[in-house]
Design a protein around this ligand. Sequence first.
Ligand SMILES: NC(=O)c1ccc[n+]([C@@H]2O[C@H](COP(=O)([O-])OP(=O)(O)OC[C@H]3O[C@@H](n4cnc5c(N)ncnc54)[C@H](OP(=O)(O)O)[C@@H]3O)[C@@H](O)[C@H]2O)c1
Length: 212
Amino acid sequence: MTETLENPLLEGLKLRRTPDPCVFVIFGASGDLTQRKLLPAIYSLAYRRLLPEKFAVVGVARSEMSDDEFRERMEAAVREHARDPFRDEIWQSLAQGMRYVSTEFENDAGEEELDRCLEQLDEERGTAGNRLIYFAVPPAAIAMIVKELAPRRRETHGWVRLVIEKPFGHDLDSAIRLNREVGCRLIGVNPAPLADTRVCFDPIGRDSEHRG
Ligand SMILES: NC(=O)c1ccc[n+]([C@@H]2O[C@H](COP(=O)([O-])OP(=O)(O)OC[C@H]3O[C@@H](n4cnc5c(N)ncnc54)[C@H](OP(=O)(O)O)[C@@H]3O)[C@@H](O)[C@H]2O)c1
């Protein structure tokens, strides 16, 4: 297990603002990245009390899995890969807010189920309509998900932010094309090509429309 050292520069400083309540939605939740990196990182944030109090995780992928199977898989992943010791009470508080939605992305019914799940979490966990969406899927799947989901994307009363895992496309041309697709379909603008392989539109959708 990797030892984590405290950052001496933080001594005497107050923590930054409390993060907003939100649902962390992971597309590609049955994959390796989610198990080896994302859930262990979320667990570490919980361990250090850096997550918002009102927080939930929704895993989305095509593989069939129940909520409980998803939780079991993620628990095993955290036990194996987290940098912090496993503490059952921390895991249980995370696991209670964890759901899994299995969907073919071309399928309207899956999208409706995801919306229902998110709305339910807003009610149960107080996540206030805020969504942090993480695309942990291969580049080809990103373009397809954006194409399929964008026209059906429902308004939420909170903010929506998107993180796209690298690699962003497979070469410069495909990265520019994907960047355009994401920009046009999800936020209604044609953004300049990004220098980084990971983009985070902060925030997308409603808020950016409000700002004009
Ligand atoms: N693993 C890492 O440590 C790591 C590190 C850096 C970057 N990455 C990048 O992160 C992305 C995901 O990596 P991964 O290792 O998690 O891959 P993976 O194990 O193959 O998982 C891919 C995930 O995407 C889902 N998916 C949805 N639509 C898909 C489609 N059309 N084709 C294939 N899969 C689809 C798969 O689930 P279903 O089949 O159930 O839908 C699965 O949950 C890749 O671009 C990879 O290069 C990974």
